[in-house]
Each structure stands twice: as C-alpha cells, then as structure tokens.
Design a protein around this ligand. Structure first.
Ligand code: ADP
Ligand code: CIR
Length: 354
C-alpha cells in the first residue's frame, strides 16, 4: 500500500522546505540557505538524497532532530549538515576519535535501590557493513539482514540462548503484549514512517528473546540490530555485564558498519558511536511535581527524560525513563556512569521531599 508520508521524495527539491516558528529541530536550526544550496541534488554512494535525509523532520515539525541517514556514506556526503547536528547533540567534533570500553568491572558502584528503580535496560545499535541503512534498504536486502541475524543467533550460548520470533508470524495479541511489557518495538512510529523505515512492514522484522527474557535483539527496526539487556530493579552492573558479554560474541559473528571517527554507524545521528542507551525506569512521585528541578538535574548529568512507553511517550505514576543523552565521545562504561549519576541524584532529591 502506498503511504503519502513515506519517503518518496525526488532526488532534488525545488526549494528549501519551510519550518514553522514553533519548530525546534536541529534540522531547522542547521539547514541554512548555504547548507541547502550546497547539498541539494547530491546523493551518497547508495543514492540517498538530501530530500530523503530530511523528510522526517519536514513532515514532522515537532521532531527534536529531524534527519535519518541512508547509509554509512551519508555521514560523509551530508557532513556540512550532520556534523553540526552531531556537535550540538553529543558535543562531538569532526576531528574527535571514538572511544570504547566494555569492562564491566569498572562499573563498581552499588546497585540503586529497587524501591525507586523499577527496571534497568541497556541497549546498543548496530548496522551491517556493506548494506544501506533501513531508510534505503530494499525488501530483498532486508531479508538478507534478517537471515544473517538468524544465523548469528544460533551461535549464542549459556544465558544468551533463546528464540527468534519473526513479526510476520506473530499474532496481534502476542505483539501487543510484548510491546506493553517493554520487550518489543512499537508499530507505526510517524518519524520512522516519514523516513521510509516502515516500508514493507512487517517483512524482515522480528525479535530474538533469550529463555530468561533478560536479553533481546530487535531486527530491522530503526537500526538493523538493537541489542538489549534488561531486568527488574536497579542492578546496572549485572545488566551491563550481560550486554558486554553479548557485544563480544555478536562482533565475532557479524561485520558491523564502523569507523574510527563515528564509531558504530546508526540511522539516527543521535545513535552513532557506542549506540548505547542505558536507562532506568525510576519512580519519583514527589519530584515529578517539580519538573523544572528534575530537568535541571537531568541537564547537569547529561541524561534525557522519556515517558514510560519510550520516546515521545508520557510519564505514568511518576515513573520516568532516565538515560544517557550522549552516545559518542565517551566510552560505554562512561556513558553508563552518566545514567547512574543522573538517577542517583534524582533519587536523593526524591528522598529529601519525603
Ligand atoms: P530505544 O531508544 O532504546 O529504542 P525507546 O524509547 O523506543 O528506546 O523504548 C523502547 C522500549 O523500551 C519501550 O517499551 C520502553 O518503555 C522500554 N524501556 C526503555 N527503558 C526501559 C527500562 N529501563 N525498563 C523497562 N523498559 C524500558
Ligand atoms: C526526532 O527527531 O524527534 C525523531 N526523529 C527521533 C530522534 C531521536 N531522538 C533522540 O533524542 N535520541
């Protein structure tokens, strides 16, 4: 079925798109007349154009970022726009080098209290080298990615052993329940839709779930791989250790798009580098009545506040998803510390109000 908002832009735009006054996206800030003139009409190595790169932020004027890459090469071809977005979001410069450190023994902090911490989740995003990203991938290539993923999952051992569930074969009730329980990605995201990321849905999409339901891999959603470790409570070190182990293993069985400057390549520039988002669902019923203070603590600690059902959702019952905002320029261990520091300070503030 044809969707009018899907990414069917022509390679060259007639004129620079307009942004409403209320539009606060980084796209609207950095797509100046000069940048537009420079990039309009050119394409990356996979044929991805500026029109495609920016469509989501043009269609969805309430975007916070507004762009999605089409391939690893988009970051080079469209650098005059993307470098500025990356600089503002992560504080990362074009000459900086990516850092990585998965040593879980460096997370030597006390588990945060389960009374406040409902659950902890850490994920990283990856995409295969030699393929376009999900925005530009063909149906056939998407199926190839899924097959590579399924073969890789066969090699998991111990705690990571589990089952792959294709979305094509999943009944609606199971899908709904997995989404509500925070395991599965949602369906019909309008930002992804406008970027062409929902084409051929649900073909080629699915989720791997280990037997203990503590380790998951999303296949062919916004990124080709989202590798996730999660469990109830606030034991960040346990969640990180499991993910670190999985990271070692999955790198042996799949070749991911990566370079020394950008680290792991992601579809959204917010996810380049480590691709790591460490979050806690933290319960702050009193502090939630003072959002200014909560936001101040978040900014100071470089953490982002999301609602209970993920990005662009609302909080319920004073529970927030608090996660590291930056994903590059700092190692995995350091970014987990950002999240820890932010959540810890929020809990301390909550206790003062009790
Ligand atoms: P991501 O950026 O990792 O894709 P989203 O914001 O889209 O994350 O959220 C994906 C799902 O993960 C949602 O259901 C969200 O509620 C869930 N989630 C995120 N953090 C946690 C957490 N700490 N505990 C439980 N579920 C979580
Ligand atoms: C937006 O621009 O709002 C969406 N395309 C989502 C951006 C990713 N959000 C984030 O902060 N990591």
């Amino acid at each position: 079925t044809h969707n009018p908002n899907a990414n069917t832009q022509k390679p060259k735009l007639q004129k620079k798109p307009e942004f409403q006054n209320e539009c606060k996206s980084l796209l609207s800030k950095y797509l100046t007349d000069d940048v537009f003139q420079q990039l309009n009409g050119i394409q990356d190595k996979f044929g991805y154009s500026l029109a495609e790169l920016i469509n989501s932020g043009v269609v969805n004027q309430n975007s916070s970022i507004g762009v999605y890459a089409g391939s690893p090469d988009s970051y080079i071809t469209f650098a005059p726009l993307l470098n500025q977005i990356i600089q503002e979001y992560h504080g990362y410069d074009p000459a900086d080098l990516h850092k990585s450190d998965w040593d879980a023994s460096k997370c030597n902090f006390q588990p945060l209290e389960d009374q406040y911490c409902m659950s902890t989740r850490i994920r990283f995003a990856r995409n295969l080298a030699d393929f376009p990203l999900g925005t530009k991938i063909t149906k056939e290539q998407r199926r190839q990615v899924e097959n590579i993923a399924k073969e890789a999952f066969q090699k998991f051992e111990g705690e990571l052993v589990g089952t792959y569930h294709s979305l094509v074969n999943m009944d609606k009730q199971t899908q709904k329940q997995l989404i509500e329980e925070h395991y599965l990605f949602k369906e019909g995201d309008k930002y992804l839709e406008a970027a062409g990321l929902n084409r051929d849905w649900p073909d080629g999409r699915g989720i791997f779930i280990n037997n203990l339901k503590t380790f998951l891999i999303w296949v062919n959603e916004e990124d080709q791989f989202r590798v996730i470790s999660m469990q109830k409570g606030g034991d960040i070190k346990a969640v990180f250790s499991r993910l670190s182990n999985a990271h070692t293993i999955i790198n042996k069985v799949a070749k991911f798009a990566y370079n020394d400057h950008l680290g792991a390549i992601a579809t959204c520039p917010t996810n380049i580098g480590t691709g790591l988002r460490a979050s806690i669902h933290v319960k702050l019923p009193l502090l939630s009545k003072d959002m200014d203070t909560l936001q101040k603590i978040a900014e100071k600690n470089h953490v982002q506040i999301r609602g209970i059902h993920g990005e662009h959702s609302e909080s319920e019952g004073g529970i927030f998803d608090v996660s590291n905002k930056r994903r590059i320029g700092f190692s995995e261990v350091e970014l987990v510390h950002d999240m820890y520091n932010g959540v810890k300070e929020m809990i301390e503030k909550e206790k003062e109000l009790e």
